[in-house]
Design a protein around this ligand. Structure first.
Ligand code: ADA
Length: 566
């Protein structure tokens, strides 16, 4: 399962995941390789024989097909080399974004698919580094084989537009010709309501002629006026499907691509973030894709359980800290109205780390792939980048500027931000639409929460280019070891965490200048072994629930405050 709905009815898609592939570690130190079956999707850390293995491994399986083929991988952690019958057909870096490969004129027979996966650290990897979260190893998200015809639809983006006459949908698709001969036909767009009643009795965009030269591509745009639609918002998350249907000259269906979207508009107005004209009040959680039984490869049911618990806590938003999330999770957020701050992959990189020669390209690739794949999700209301990186230096600022400009060039419909920890030395608040800070009063420093927040806020308004912009607290919290209770309420006890969060959240939600808060973090998560000295159990223990989603004392505290405070 790659998504929570069918993305094709014409194109033949065969799932290559939710099964066992042949697996072998490829140890560099001459150790005996571990050869066995391994689950896809999955992390090899969840197998007792490879629990602590970091390095290269080989996944293999066969499939029977022929013609023009497209292989899609939703996530491989963290570097992949893909081979078909021994020939390299794709290379991809980053665990958290999808990639695909198109192979033409493949003979119809059984083929061998091999994926070399590498989760080792080193200078070639600027973003997957020893960090306060784990870089797992494996084919960690879904994979599929698709059989294409002569031409296919490579992408479909839907931009809802509100006018004084009501809503319309701006559609943009790209089609590609896989043959050397010209391809002529037409592209139709059909929009259907959540209840599958077609809003447009006749396929719209029938006039969209397609005329492709050999090997050429063509962008097709259309605007569909959509009367009487139901808007997407957190309380009523109405979804619609957009189908792009490619037909050849004889009218025969050649290919299709289906995605979902919602009629909603996000704007920044003064210090407010508005959705459909309504001010957003964020009460959220930062969440790592992490689980002791699945690593980062949570199955849909586990994702659903996380959303249910966040909802039970009264949350209305989740921050995908610190990387693009699985599209299945985003689909569930679309369906349940959970607002999403999605961010590209980076956490806590110094200027030196940002000067890694691979850094800019790896960041830009991640941003492009994230927005290309996730553009249509109505739940995503903001894009974030570079969590707690060097936004206090001129060099760092040049990187933030380049990446925020890239986002604006790819998506003009959503505000942009980044979570800073540079306090009164941040140089980048003039570059963003929303100012965001990670603060830890009562944990890393014992300043009272209301005092610390007021000081930060006043500095932003009086001395930074962030004055007058919406202001989000993107991280606040405290640690607690599940089951550690003390009458003294010392740090790491559940009692201390509950009382600290009470003060932190009360200060933030009663301060008139913020648009809301994300607690760090929803659940305890695994961190890299090198973080052992400040992370008991080599876990980040600031979850409101532990890694098995068992509530800590602070669960009821958060639930009361999120539900009762405006
Ligand atoms: C930072 C960082 C988080 C986490 C947190 C913590 O704000 O963004 O990833 O490391 O600190 O637990 O200290």
């Amino acid at each position: 399962m790659l998504r929570m709905f069918e993305t094709h009815r014409v194109r033949k898609q065969t799932e290559l995941s939710y099964c066992l592939w042949d697996f072998s570690t490829l140890p560099r130190d001459g150790a005996e390789p571990v050869k066995k079956k391994m689950a896809v999707p999955g992390c090899w850390q969840n197998d007792p024989e490879t629990r602590i293995y970091r390095g290269r491994a080989c996944y293999e399986r066969t499939f029977y097909a022929g013609g023009n083929l497209r292989l899609e991988f939703k996530g491989i952690s963290h570097t992949a080399q893909v081979y078909l019958d021994g020939e390299e057909i794709a290379f991809h870096y980053n665990a958290y974004t999808p990639f695909s490969a198109v192979i033409k004129d493949v003979p119809e027979k059984e083929h061998r698919l091999k994926v070399i996966v590498d989760n080792s650290f080193g200078p070639r990897s600027a973003l997957h580094v020893e960090n306060d979260y784990q870089s797992y190893g494996g084919i960690t998200r879904g994979a599929a084989l698709e059989e294409l015809g002569r031409a296919y639809i490579t992408s479909l983006h839907v931009t809802p537009k509100k006018t004084e006459k009501g809503w319309s949908a701006l559609l943009e698709a790209e089609v590609a010709n896989l043959t050397e001969q010209p391809f002529a036909g037409k592209l139709c767009f059909v929009l259907r309501g959540a209840d599958s009643q077609s809003m447009t009795p006749e396929p719209i965009g029938a006039g969209c002629g397609v005329s492709l030269t050999g090997g050429g591509t063509q962008k097709i745009r259309a605007e569909i006026v959509c009367p009487n639609v139901k808007e997407w918002n957190p309380d009523t998350p109405w979804l619609y499907t957009a189908t792009a249907l490619l037909e050849d000259e004889s009218g025969k269906a050649e290919d299709d691509l289906i995605d979902r979207f919602g009629f909603r508009e996000v704007r920044v107005e003064g210090k407010d973030i508005l959705m459909n004209g309504q001010k957003l009040r964020i009460k959220g959680f930062c969440r790592h894709e992490d689980h002791p039984q699945f690593g980062c490869a949570l199955p849909p049911q586990a994702m659903w359980q996380d959303l249910l618990q966040m909802r039970e806590l009264g949350a209305n938003s989740v921050r995908t800290s610190h990387y693009p999330n699985d599209e299945i999770f985003l689909d569930l957020c679309d369906e349940t109205g959970m607002l999403v701050w999605e961010e590209s992959h980076a956490r806590g990189l110094s200027e030196e780390a940002m000067r890694n020669p691979n850094f800019e390209r790896q960041c830009e690739d991640c941003i492009r792939e994230m927005i290309q794949a996730h553009y249509n999700h109505p739940s995503i209301y903001i894009w974030g980048i570079l969590n707690e990186c060097a936004s206090h230096t001129e060099y760092g600022k040049s990187c933030y500027e380049a990446q925020l400009s890239l986002i604006r060039s790819l998506d003009k419909t959503r505000p942009r931000s980044f979570a800073s920890c540079q306090f009164k030395r941040d140089l980048c608040f003039g570059l963003v639409d929303v100012v965001s800070y990670n603060i830890y009063p009562l944990w890393y420093y014992d300043t009272p929460a209301d005092e610390f927040l007021a000081d930060m806020y006043d500095w932003i308004q009086e001395s930074s280019e962030g004055a007058g912009k919406p202001f989000l607290i993107t991280e606040v919290g405290a640690g607690a070891i599940y089951g550690y209770r003390t009458p003294e309420k010392v740090k790491w006890s559940e009692e201390y965490q509950a009382q600290a969060i009470e003060k932190q959240l009360t200060a933030i939600l009663s301060h008139g200048g913020t648009s809301g808060v994300y607690l760090w973090q929803f659940c305890d998560c695994r961190v890299c072994d090198s973080w052992f000295s400040t992370r008991p159990r080599t876990m980040n223990n600031k979850g409101i629930v532990d890694e098995y989603r068992r509530p800590k004392l602070s669960f009821e505290t958060v639930k009361r405050i999120y539900r009762e405070m405006p």
